[in-house]
Write a protein that binds this ligand. Structure first.
Ligand code: PHB
Length: 368
């Protein structure tokens, strides 16, 4: 399994290994979207990853869909993130921030002035959001007009600039899991009749315009993108996935981004044989840096890299195992995730999972 531990160049980002931390929503930011102080410890504990992709960070107040998620659009947020990136980098880690706009997966109570969420078309999702009142269904969205689309692109650029100012090594454009850019890509959620709907090229337009605008601002070698061609999370479907993503992968390949991060499977949504085939066909035709994600163990990760992936990202294993790289290297047992502390709360289930050395010392202390 030595291939997991090779360093390499991910665009302009030098990484020390191929074990990445996937983006994970933890809902522990302050109410105004400022990352919490305890996130410094949480992320620093995980600096052994070749790359940390942060939890989704909304690019604007309208991009938020859950309570207590961090933002990456103002100075206060920038300054809090700066403490996190400095600490991770001082401990040998690299870190990109995931740029997030949830689109229709939001609730009026989370948005400025009780605004309606925005989306490609006014089609309500049957999907959960988390608000002051707990779990609530997503509100009916309104369709973005062309001016609104231009503002969204400008918000991505502003967020990317804020990220670089905060010391991040790059950004990841989140176009997966049924959020705004994904909503544009699929005819399931996009019924527009203008240049942003009606064909694979038109539906991919906003995503690619965002990628291009962000790349122009910070350099393509610091920009990654995340997609989920077979995703069903958030009341999602894509009847034209082969065509849509055939086009998207080709376009991304030409842009020489740092990487393409693919959600190959998602908790609670098993992948069928035909979906597996679709993902592998798409991947075979992509020669850029591919990051595989979803339900990998170390043997499968090693195999994925032998088959040409640049890296594999781990989500849940990284929640419970801050020293995941050490554990994979030593072939040690993994801690289990505590479901009750995944979303919201304090340090419990966040920055208090023990490393293997701590577990060993605690056990030793008990017998002495
Ligand atoms: C979640 O909060 O459950 C969540 C957020 C972003 C994702 C996927 C899941 O991409």
């Amino acid at each position: 399994m030595t291939n997991l531990f090779e360093h390499g160049a991910l665009g302009d980002i030098q990484v020390k290994n191929r074990i990445f931390m996937a983006p994970l929503t933890r809902n522990r930011a302050h109410g105004d979207g400022t990352p919490h102080e305890m996130a410094i410890k949480y992320y620093t504990q995980r600096a052994g990853a070749g790359l940390i992709v942060t939890e989704g960070a909304q690019i604007s107040p309208m991009g938020q869909g859950y309570i207590n998620t961090p933002g990456i659009y103002n100075e206060k947020q920038r300054d809090a993130w700066t403490k996190i990136t400095r600490s991770v980098q001082a401990n040998g880690g690299k870190m990109v921030v995931q740029l997030w706009h949830v689109g229709r997966i939001s609730h009026t109570s989370l948005l400025p002035g009780g605004a309606q969420p925005v989306a490609p078309s006014a089609i309500q999702a049957t999907a959960d959001t988390f608000t002051e009142n707990g779990v609530e269904n997503a509100s009916l969205p309104k369709a973005l007009d062309i001016q609104g689309i231009k503002e969204v692109i400008a918000d991505y650029v502003h967020a990317a600039r804020t990220a670089i100012d905060a010391g991040f090594d790059g950004v990841e454009v989140h176009a997966a899991n049924g959020y705004l850019l994904n909503q544009f890509i699929s005819a399931h959620t996009n019924q527009r009749e203008d240049e942003y709907g009606g064909s694979p090229e038109n539906r991919a337009r906003l995503f690619l315009e965002v990628v291009d605008a962000v790349s122009a601002e910070i350099g393509a070698g610091r920009v990654g993108a995340r997609v989920s061609p077979t995703g069903k999370f958030n009341d999602f479907a894509d009847p034209d996935a082969a065509e849509n993503y055939g086009y998207i992968y080709d376009e991304l390949e030409r842009r020489n981004l740092a990487y393409l991060h693919v959600v190959e499977s998602f908790p609670g949504h098993p992948v069928s044989k035909s979906e597996e085939k679709l993902l592998s066909n798409l991947r075979r035709n992509f020669s850029g840096n591919y990051i595989a994600n979803g339900n990998y163990d170390s043997a499968a990760a090693s195999q994925a890299i032998a088959d040409g992936a640049f890296a594999v990202s781990f989500g849940r294993p990284y929640i419970a195992n801050p020293d995941l790289t050490d554990r994979l290297r030593d072939n040690s047992k993994l801690n289990e995730v505590d479901e009750a502390t995944l979303y919201g709360g304090d340090e419990k289930g966040y920055s208090d999972y023990p490393t293997q050395d701590e577990t060993y010392l605690r056990a030793l202390a008990e017998v002495l």
